[in-house]
Design a binder for this molecule. Structure first.
Ligand SMILES: [Zn+2]
Length: 330
């Protein structure tokens, strides 16, 4: 019952957000449909053609497959957000997307550089393929490469945690798809990368029913369990163009590692995100203070309890991982 109420409250919150977004939109011209493009659920998108080395989809997305390799199937449990109970079921479908930068060598986009651009791209893809580092890479020309199939694990997220309105995901390699853009922190994406990135995001969200709330950047989900700070990896700590991928501004989402598990951040992280905490970081800190006050507890003591919850979730997850490894060896 509590879960149903929480879900209903979550839905109400979503509708409220959408309603606000619509009411803030510029007044449309007469007869134009009043549509907020970021609120649209992607239409069905399906595979229409297999070519040698690539697959073409109904929205115009073309995924090149010639560097595809194989890892192992996804298998993960989630935790309920309210009581942190582990799901009885092990899931195998991806639940979200983590966006990355490759931080690799960037040459000028110039016809005279074409040969070297192709060479650096191929070096990068071979490196990523060897380590099975991402499910997808989008190169400087906007070509999308599938490296690890989306129903298999790529090793892109390290220690990482996120939650949607119902469930907590720990260790996002298992549960989220890794999409890397060939770029470096501080560089703007090429227009071609934004175009094909949008097609890929729409396809993945439609195919796997991925909620907008679970489309996040590596900096938003990366944690360091040793010092209980967030942002061990800081790619896309700022300037990820969420709206151009049909997503609400993601930096507004309350940071799960802080709000639910009491992680904190340091001045180095603050510098990486541009000196000002994301609205989602402020919201997460505020929720700790509010919850502590509602319980009549000191915020510091409450944060320590949250950190114990993280240790619990982490130890359960490692137990499950160890069991899986034993099964795989048998
Ligand atoms: Zn990353």
């Amino acid at each position: 019952m509590a879960a149903a109420l929480a879900a209903a409250a979550g839905l109400a919150a979503i509708f409220a957000v959408h309603a606000r977004a619509v009411s803030n939109a510029p007044t449309p011209p007469p007869h134009a449909a009043r549509v907020n493009p970021t609120a649209l659920v992607p239409q069905p998108i399906w595979e229409v053609e297999q070519r040698s080395g690539s697959t073409v989809y109904s929205n115009g997305l073309e995924i090149r497959n010639e560097f595809e390799t194989t890892s192992r199937p996804r298998s993960y449990h989630t935790f309920s957000r309210v009581r942190l109970e582990r799901s009885a079921e092990a899931f195998s479908a991806p639940a979200g997307i983590v966006f990355h930068t490759t931080e690799s060598l960037l040459l000028p986009i110039d016809p005279a550089e074409t040969r070297d651009l192709m060479r650096t791209r191929e070096d990068l893809i071979r490196h990523v393929r060897t380590g099975m580092l991402y499910n997808f890479i989008i190169d400087r020309f906007g070509q999308a490469f599938r490296i690890v199939p989306e129903d298999e694990v790529a090793f892109h997220a390290g220690h990482s945690i996120w939650s949607d309105r119902d469930r907590v995901y720990n260790g996002l390699n298992e549960s989220f798809i890794g999409v890397a853009f060939e770029t470096q922190t501080g560089e703007a994406l090429e227009a071609a990368q934004i175009r094909s990135g949008r097609l890929l995001v729409d396809y993945l969200r439609g195919r796997y029913a991925i909620e907008e709330a679970n489309c996040v950047t590596h900096a938003q989900v990366s944690v360091n369990p040793e010092n209980m700070r967030i942002g061990f990896h800081t790619d896309w700590a700022a300037s990820f163009p969420f709206e151009q991928f049909g997503l609400h501004p993601g930096y507004s989402a309350a940071v799960s590692s802080v709000a639910l598990f009491g992680f904190s951040y340091d001045s180095e992280f603050l510098a990486a995100i541009g000196g000002q905490p994301w609205p989602g970081l402020i919201a997460a800190e505020e929720s700790i203070r509010r919850e502590a006050s509602d319980r009549g507890e000191d915020a510091g003591a409450y944060r320590r309890e949250l950190r114990e919850n993280y240790r619990l979730v982490r130890s359960i997850t490692s137990g499950v991982d160890a069991d899986r490894k034993i099964r795989e060896m048998q």
